[in-house]
Ligand binder design. Structure first.
Ligand SMILES: C[S@@+](CC[C@H](N)C(=O)[O-])C[C@H]1O[C@@H](n2cnc3c(N)ncnc32)[C@H](O)[C@@H]1O
Length: 337
C-alpha cells in the first residue's frame, strides 16, 4: 500500500514536471525569450490576435511590419500567410536581428521605417496589402539597463534605438539650449514644469556634464513630488527618447509612405502607446494628413483615403493584468479606399 502511494506521488511529480518543461518551452517559443536561462522575454506582443486580424492576411498578399522587435507580430503574420505571400519586417535596432525568422517568405530590413518607400522600391514592391506598426520601444530595450532607456538602471544616457549614429540623450541634455530643452519636455513629455526642469539641468551641467541616467535622476528628482516622482520621471525619459530617435518625424514620414503604398482595400494597423503618436495616426486616418487638416477640393470636403475599421480598441482586462505594457495601447485600423 505504502509503495503504491510512493509510486503514485512519484508518477504525479514526473508527469507534472514534464508538462511544466513542455509549457515553458512553448512559452519561450511563443514570446521569443532571450534565453531559457534568464527567463526574460525579449518582448511580449501586445493585442497579438486583434492586430493581425486587422491586417486581413490574404493569399499572395505583401505585408510590411514596421517594428519587428521580438518578432511576435511578424511570426503570427507568417503563420497566416500562404506560400506566395511576402513579409518585409523593419527594425533599426541591431538587437532585433537576433530574432530573425528563417523563412523564404520573410525579409528583414535593418533600417528606420521612415525609409519605407525607398526600401520597397529597392525590393521591387509597388503596392502593399497591409502595414503594421507597433510603436515605441520593446521590453528588451527598456529592460536592458545599459541602453539608458530607463531610470530604473544607472547607465550611460544613450537611448538610441539605432546605436550606429545620431545624438545620444547625453548629447541633448548637455548641448541643447534651455528653451529647446523646455520645449521637448513640454511637447514630448507633457511636463507642466518643463521650464523649471530645463533651467535646473542647464545649471547642473555648467558644473559637470550629465552623463548617466543616475546623474539626470539626481539632478531633477527634487522637482517632482514624492508621490508623482516615478510617473513624472517616466515622462521626462519618454520626452528625451522621442527626441533622440526623432520618433515623431519618423512616424509622420512612414505614415505618409504607407498611405501611398497601400493598394485600395489594403490595411494600415497601428498600435500607439501615448497621445502624441496616437493623434498623428488618428488625424491621418480621418483626413489623410497627420496634421488633421480637412482639405477641400472643387467638390467640397475631400474624403479621407481611409475608411476606419471598427472603433479604437484597447487590450482586454486579462491582457492588461498579464502584460502591463499593454495598458496604454490603442489599436487603430484603417482600410485604404
Ligand atoms: C514595441 S516594439 C515591437 C514589438 C514587436 N511587435 C513584437 O511583437 O515583438 C518596437 C520595435 O520597433 C523598433 N522601432 C521603433 N521605431 C522604429 C523606427 N523608426 N524604425 C525602425 N524600427 C523602429 C524598436 O527598435 C523596437 O524593436
Amino acid at each position: 500500500m505504502q509503495a503504491d502511494i510512493v509510486m503514485y506521488v512519484e508518477n504525479f511529480w514526473i508527469n507534472n514536471l514534464w508538462q511544466m518543461v513542455k509549457i515553458r518551452e512553448e512559452l519561450c517559443n511563443f514570446a521569443h525569450m532571450d534565453t531559457l536561462d534568464t527567463n526574460i522575454p525579449y518582448h511580449i506582443p501586445v493585442m497579438l490576435h486583434e492586430t493581425v486580424d486587422g491586417l486581413n492576411v490574404a493569399p499572395g498578399g505583401v505585408y510590411a511590419d514596421m517594428t519587428f522587435g521580438g518578432g511576435g507580430h511578424s511570426r503570427e503574420i507568417l503563420r497566416r500567410m500562404d506560400e506566395s505571400a511576402r513579409l518585409y519586417s523593419f527594425d533599426q535596432d541591431a538587437d532585433a536581428e537576433r530574432n530573425i525568422v528563417d523563412d523564404d517568405r520573410f525579409t528583414f530590413v535593418r533600417s528606420n521605417f521612415r525609409y519605407l518607400r525607398n526600401w520597397m522600391r529597392y525590393h521591387d514592391v509597388e503596392q502593399l496589402d497591409g502595414v503594421l506598426a507597433d510603436l515605441g520601444v520593446s521590453s528588451h530595450q527598456f529592460d536592458e539597463g545599459e541602453l539608458g532607456f530607463s531610470f530604473r538602471f544607472d547607465a550611460k544616457l544613450d537611448m538610441r534605438m539605432n546605436r550606429r549614429d545620431g545624438l545620444t540623450a547625453a548629447d541633448i541634455v548637455n548641448t541643447y539650449d534651455e528653451e529647446r530643452l523646455a520645449e521637448i519636455f513640454y511637447l514630448y513629455g507633457e511636463l507642466l514644469n518643463s521650464r523649471k526642469l530645463a533651467s535646473v539641468i542647464v545649471k547642473a551641467r555648467a558644473q559637470a556634464p550629465i552623463e548617466t541616467t543616475g546623474q539626470l535622476y539626481e539632478t531633477v528628482k527634487r522637482l517632482f513630488g514624492r508621490d508623482r516622482e516615478k510617473k513624472e520621471m517616466a515622462k521626462l525619459f519618454q520626452a528625451l527618447r522621442i527626441e533622440v530617435n526623432e520618433e515623431m518625424e519618423a512616424l509622420k514620414e512612414m505614415l505618409q509612405s504607407a498611405t501611398e503604398l497601400l493598394r485600395p482595400g489594403g490595411r494600415l494597423v497601428v498600435l500607439t502607446y501615448h497621445s502624441l503618436e496616437d493623434r498623428l495616426v488618428k488625424n491621418l486616418m480621418k483626413t489623410g494628413n497627420v496634421e488633421g487638416k480637412v482639405e477641400q477640393d472643387i467638390y467640397g470636403t475631400k474624403p479621407s483615403p481611409y475608411r476606419m475599421v471598427g472603433k479604437v480598441a484597447v487590450a482586454s482586462r486579462e491582457e492588461q493584468e498579464e502584460n502591463p505594457r499593454s495598458r496604454s495601447a490603442k489599436l487603430r485600423i484603417g482600410e485604404k479606399r
